[in-house]
Design a protein. Structure first.
Lengths: 211, 211
């Protein structure tokens, strides 16, 4: 019950275990072994038992864990027992891809506001939302009760956008812009950059082939 | 000139430096300082000088680096002086978002084949491509000369897909499925999972608020 002790990588493993639990529940299975969970998480069964022991006592030695009880508990630990309101900044191609992809909704994340600074984009209708002027972020964020920000702007504007999100009260940011952002303590930042991942594959292939 | 010594994180920094160089070139600037590059990479100017010194001697102390020469060199080091042919496995929502996002093309990555195992998706036209049956991967991969694979299948099929990609000769994989894949030595694997990143924000907000 000591979430403060849980590392970022342990949290990621919980997310992976949750996928196994979802699949087992869907398949009508009632118990899951630490081995089943370990396989998906890319760890040892001992690591699974250690990860789960932080959150209380589950299962019996040799009998495995009860799927639906553990699933409920991991969902609650990850903060997924509720819905989260997300603000998307950057109404470009990647912003649109993420918005219309719609895969987040199933996990409890709803885009509640979209912002851009381009007059051609401001006012566009995206589903049930309208792209807002980034200048009105402070007001819109308050009325739409956004809790997390997703930055999909060009690299050059990303820091300024992060500063504005934080000034509007956002404490968790997922950054897709290819730049390292500076955030004050207490703000949680995660980075995803698709082009950079592909570039690191290109680097590996180039140098592995002796080119 | 010793790419074998370059760590994964140094390669990522090169990608970030390349963005700065692109922006400087676009702005018509001819020199860039290690400080300019450091800011974007989230590192110190000394680290920038160290990273770049692996690849030969650039710039003069106090005068900065020549933008277009350094940009060309970093492009070449990253293996971006040519185009790469990518195979996308999984013609679902996220696969479609990535395919139609189209942001990869500008960086030199072309989707050359799309696969699925769903009879309803096989045969669909996506741009100038047709979704192929995953059963014909081996043949299609050879004729389309795919070098990298992107996996956007459900977690449960991802390992089997990775094994097939590798058997078809692919040596670099970007995995979006929420599972840890096992690949043999010599295969480069990168993982991106958007839901898991959002879940780690949810975890942080939940526990930070004492919930």
């Amino acid at each position: 019950m000591c979430p403060a002790k849980i590392s970022e990588s342990a949290v990621r493993r919980l997310s992976l275990y949750l996928r196994v639990l979802d699949a087992f529940e869907l398949a009508g299975k009632t118990t899951v072994s630490s081995g089943d969970l370990a396989e998906r998480g890319g760890v040892t069964p001992a690591q699974v038992r250690k990860d789960l022991s932080h959150f209380g006592s589950f299962g019996k030695r040799g009998l495995g864990y009860p799927v639906s009880e553990l699933r409920e508990r991991v969902t609650e630990i990850l903060g997924l027992g509720r819905r989260w309101r997300v603000g998307l900044v950057g109404a470009g191609k990647l912003g649109a891809a993420l918005f219309f992809y719609d895969g987040f909704r199933g996990q409890g994340f709803d885009v509640a506001a979209i912002f851009d600074n381009d007059p051609d984009k401001i006012g566009q209708r995206w589903g049930r939302l309208v792209v807002e002027d980034i200048e009105s972020m402070d007001r819109v964020m308050r009325t739409s009760q956004v809790e997390m920000g997703i930055i999909v702007t060009p690299a050059v504007s990303a820091q300024q956008v992060a500063d504005r999100l934080i000034a509007s009260g956002v404490e968790a940011i997922l950054n897709f812009a290819p730049t390292r952002l500076q955030v004050p303590p207490g703000i949680t930042l995660r980075n995803v950059n698709l082009e950079i991942e592909l570039e690191s594959l290109a680097f590996a292939l180039t140098h592995e082939n002796g080119a």
